[in-house]
Design a protein around this ligand. Structure first.
Ligand SMILES: *Cc1c(COP(=O)(O)O)cnc(C)c1O
Length: 364
């Protein structure tokens, strides 16, 4: 009996990408085995934390790293670290941040909702948010003005295809923060392959999801300067307690990082390109469908398939209503466009998607 059958759960074909409500990603057999090996064992958790820091530093080029429960937790804990540092009294006091620098500057174009608003992830630490610019645009002057206010503790930036409005030059934004002596934190949850680029902006901390493109168990990776990472780890004796990683998650992250570094990245990218090209070619043979390769808008080294079809919303609904349900990206369905991410899918699943698309779009 499969795990789905045993617990009466739906088998899902996930072409929606690293989407939290669908279980995000598929871990490798090696990562699954390491997690299984870790579960019945005891560890000195501080040692696991030290090994994780070394591994994250080695994999990303950052000075140090830490693992927390997930990226939402990483936002909260990183902001807490910028307010409380390693000072025990302050750490114990949060989320009461009244006697600390407690204002977080966030460009309004970087307010995102990944199932929760990132504004709430910041406020959970006790900090207050100061928005710079408006929803369509934030200039470096707008940032400068906000950073010039009283009690600013850090600048929070988001690198994601979820952001709206005109893109902001991250390097210039980090520089603006540093001119005011304020640390900069970049949330790049779904940007693992771009971690080095995000660190190259000069950011003090970069937050990356473990369970998204690293395909580890659920975890948030925090990479950055030794002192701020130390402050992040110190929050485990405060509000970070409920956001700590499990032993199996840390072991899973260590194993996934080893696999990530050992992987032939050029081959991985070529394989993904071939998968998308082949899907697009086959989809274009279907009646009523025009398909294209859609490069990632943030510069991730992966493409998605763009499927143009009339009544896209109905097509997506029918894909989800079938058995097994097929989930695609529906942000653009109002423009009669569906987007499919194929990274974790095997050839049988891709064939199934094409078969179901044929059944739905073929006139009866
Ligand atoms: C997914 C995501 C998060 C939240 O990540 P979790 O690990 O699920 O908490 C935060 N920020 C961005 C930009 C995301 O894409």
């Amino acid at each position: 009996m499969s795990i789905h059958e045993r617990h009466r759960l739906s088998v899902v074909v996930n072409a929606r990408g690293t989407f939290t409500p669908l279980g995000v990603s598929r871990s490798s057999a090696g990562v699954a085995a390491a997690v299984a090996e870790a579960l019945p064992e005891f560890f000195v958790m501080d040692e696991l934390g030290d090994r994780a820091s070394e591994a994250i530093a080695h994999a990303t080029g950052a000075q140090a790293g830490a693992v927390v429960h997930c990226t939402a937790a990483a936002i909260t804990v990183a902001v807490a670290a910028s307010m409380a540092g390693t000072e025990p009294r302050r750490i114990a006091m949060l989320p009461d941040a009244r006697d600390m620098h407690n204002r977080v500057v966030l460009p309004a174009v970087h307010v995102v909702d990944y199932g929760q608003s990132n504004l709430q992830a910041v406020r959970l630490s006790g900090a207050q948010v100061v928005l710079a610019g408006d929803e369509t645009r934030c200039t470096i002057d707008d940032l400068d003005e906000a950073l010039d206010g009283p009690d600013v503790t850090c600048l929070l930036l988001t690198s994601s295809r979820l952001t709206d409005g005109e893109p902001l030059d991250l390097t210039a934004a980090v520089r603006a923060a540093h001119r005011r002596g304020v640390p900069a934190i970049i949330d790049g949850a779904a940007q693992l392959p771009r971690t080095a680029d995000l660190l190259a902006t000069g950011a003090d901390l970069v937050l990356v999801s473990g369970q998204k493109y690293l395909a580890s168990p659920t975890a948030g990776l925090i990479c950055g300067t030794r002192s701020l990472v130390q402050a992040v780890r110190a929050q485990e004796r405060g509000i970070g307690r409920g956001m700590k990683p499990t032993k199996e998650a840390v072991i899973g992250v260590l194993t996934a990082l080893e696999e990530w570094q050992a992987m032939d990245r050029a081959k991985w990218e070529a394989d993904q390109d071939a998968k998308v090209s082949s899907f697009v070619r086959k989809a274009n043979e279907l009646p009523g469908i025009v398909a294209e390769i859609l490069p990632d808008p943030t510069g991730l080294p992966l493409s998605r398939a763009l499927v143009k079809v009339t009544h896209a919303e109905r097509v997506a609904t029918e894909l989800e209503a079938g058995s097994p349900p097929i989930y695609v990206i529906t942000d653009r369905q109002a423009d009669d466009e569906l987007v499919l991410e194929l990274v974790p899918l095997d050839p049988d699943e891709i064939t199934l998607i094409l078969t179901r698309l044929t059944a739905i779009t073929t006139p009866t």
